[in-house]
Design a protein around this ligand. Structure first.
Ligand code: G4P
Length: 283
């Protein structure tokens, strides 16, 4: 996965989303629970004004449960509903259905009072690349009763996943682009593996990770690799390389191999459930 956003891409994606937004009542935004801020583009907040909002803290299975709670609280304070999720898991996706019904209850009630009885509420999924939008839609669609075809009055070619008689979901997600305003955003996206490692300096990235872990998750590296965490990050990486046999001919340390190993183990959750950013203290 690699972010390659050009102005043309962004304009097209934005225009498409603005069109789709006209069709929906509920915006379901996926963020990566390990970096809930850096994995979202706040422009969606102005684009999605007047829509009901649901935030899915996805990949919650890889993130720190305590931080998941704090982030959920942070988003709730904005007036949005939040669900912690593993989009690959059908059981976990089921709780989203219940929450959607809750979010939409008021609107359904209002429609009923106006005598509008047969118009289902419509939602769409949005998020930056790699947060799990397709996975979520697939799991969700697998659970839903049926896909609905084109309907009169609905833009041609739109497919809706029918959840029940009251709720439908657009089957194509809206794609947002990350907001690289702060250098930390790029770093965090790179750490979770959302940027192509080939264009990054893996060793530097891994040293950043080690620094973060030493500060926020002391013990994580020691538990996994039985290394001393007191040393400088480079010395820690060297010890990991030795422990894991990342040694080249001539007994040289293969830092690149060790760095790739640590990053991979972090991304797949083998270093533990880790969140890389905390919610802003006050807003
Ligand atoms: P996108 O549409 O937003 O771009 O994301 P997509 O669904 O393609 O998901 C990106 C990767 O994240 C996939 O892994 C997917 O399996 C994984 N994923 C999605 N949701 C979750 C989740 O809640 N927890 C975890 N742990 N992983 C999740 P991949 O390696 O790219 O593909 P695959 O080989 O797993 O299919």
């Amino acid at each position: 996965m690699q972010f390659q956003w050009y102005p043309g891409h962004m304009t097209k994606a934005k225009r498409q989303m603005q069109e789709d937004l006209k069709l929906i009542d509920l915006l379901i935004e996926l963020v990566d629970a390990r970096i809930p801020q850096s994995s979202r583009n706040p422009d969606i907040d102005s684009m999605g004004q007047n829509k009901s909002r649901l935030i899915l803290l996805n990949k919650a299975d890889l993130a720190d449960p305590k931080q998941n709670e704090q982030w959920a609280e942070y988003f709730k304070q904005k007036g949005w509903q939040v669900v912690e999720l593993d989009a690959r898991n059908r059981g976990s996706v089921k709780s989203v259905t219940n929450r959607i019904m809750e979010v939409c209850k008021e609107k359904l009630e209002r429609n009923r009072r106006k005598g509008i009885l047969n118009r289902p509420l419509r939602g769409m999924v949005v998020g930056i690349p790699n947060v799990g939008k397709s996975t979520f839609i697939n799991t969700f669609a697998g659970k839903a009763c049926a896909k609905t075809g084109n309907k009169p009055g609905v833009t041609k070619g739109k497919q809706w996943i029918r959840l029940n008689k009251n709720v439908e979901l657009l089957d194509t997600p809206g794609i947002l682009w990350p907001k690289f305003e702060d250098s930390q955003v790029g770093l965090r996206l790179a750490l979770i593996g959302s940027m192509n490692d080939e264009i990054l300096n893996t060793e530097e990235l891994c040293l950043e990770l080690i620094t973060l872990l030493q500060r926020d998750y002391p013990g994580a590296l020691c538990t996994r690799y039985q290394v001393s965490e007191e040393a400088e990050p480079l010395a820690v990486l060297e010890e990991i390389a030795q422990k894991r046999g990342c040694i080249r001919k001539g007994n040289e340390i293969d830092y690149a191999k060790a760095a790739a190993l640590v990053l991979d183990e972090f991304r797949t959750g083998r270093l533990g459930k880790i969140t890389l950013e905390k919610p802003p203290v006050s807003e």
